[in-house]
Structures are given as C-alpha cells and as structure tokens.
Design a binder for this molecule. Structure first.
Ligand code: FES
Length: 162
C-alpha cells in the first residue's frame, strides 16, 4: 500500500485551509479558489503531487484536468517535483541590458547545469520580468528576490545554499 500524501497534521492543515478559502466563495463557485488552493498544497508538499491535485479537485468540485490546466499556466506552480533550490533568473529586456545572460551562463557553470534542467539540488530557469527592472539584473531563489546582482553577489548567495 502506498504512503498517504499528507501526514495527519498536514491533512488537518490542508482541510482547514481549504475550508477557510471556500468560505470566501459562493457554494456554486468553489473552483474559483483554485489558485490559493494550489498554493496551499504547494506550501505543504513543496510541489503539486498528483494525489494532492486530486484532493484539490475533489474539494473544489472540479476535475483534475482543470486543476492541471490552471497549475501549468503559472511558472510558480510545480507540477513536477523541483530541485531543492529553484533559481529563476530574469532575462527580459532590462535585465538583459544589465548582463543577465552572462549571469545565467555564470550560474550554469557554477552549478554545472543548464537552464531549464531540473536536478535534485538545483532547478535553474530563465524567467520573464520579475517586476524589478529598476534594480536589474535580478533573480529569485525559492521565491526570495535578489537584485542589483553581480557575480560576487551571486557567489555569496550560492554559498548560503547547503
Ligand atoms: S526585465 Fe528583469 S525584472 Fe524586469
């Protein structure tokens, strides 16, 4: 028999969290709570495992296909288990003008990976504008934002990742 998705405490947190979310929506519009429900699942498991997607769909009275449709639209939702550190490097115009592509290449060399490749420790990705154009170039590590980057700053950030 496979392990349950949630520990008993996680299941309580999930059930209570979904109930709280649904209290903000009309009973016939439960699926409108999809984004925060996915966020809740991801906060508990670090990604969106299939069994969790099934639970979200059931609670929101919609289909699993609909849950995947929404989740796969947004890069911040992980439908595949990501590496321990998800590093999103903005390579849009402002960041590109301030050296983002060189920084991405530097990260690829330092981490011995290629952008877009998911590994057990790092998932390095190029991403669209992170709304920090005035402080370019920038990146996020597990959604923590870092800006005005230089190679020295990147080195210091990477040193903190165990
Ligand atoms: S272009 Fe990089 S934050 Fe906007």
């Amino acid at each position: 028999m496979s392990e349950p998705l949630f520990t008993p405490d996680e299941q309580k947190t999930f059930d209570a969290g979904i109930a709280e979310l649904l209290s903000h929506y009309p009973p016939d519009r439960k699926s409108a709570a999809m984004l925060p429900a996915l966020r809740l699942l991801q906060s508990l498991k670090g990604w969106l495992p299939p069994e969790g997607m099934q639970q979200v769909a059931t609670k929101l009275e919609t289909t699993v296909a609909r849950a995947y449709e929404v989740a796969s639209f947004y890069v911040m939702y992980h439908t595949q288990k990501p590496g321990k550190y998800v590093i999103d490097v903005c390579t849009n115009l402002s960041c590109a003008l301030r050296g983002a592509e060189g920084l991405l290449t530097y990260l690829e060399q330092k981490l011995d990976t290629k952008a877009g490749t998911n590994g057990p420790k790092y998932f390095l990705r190029e991403t669209e504008c992170l709304a920090s154009c005035g402080t370019a170039p920038c990146l996020q590590i597990n959604e923590d934002h870092h800006e005005n980057l230089t190679r020295a700053k990147v080195d210091a950030l990477l040193e903190k990742l165990s």
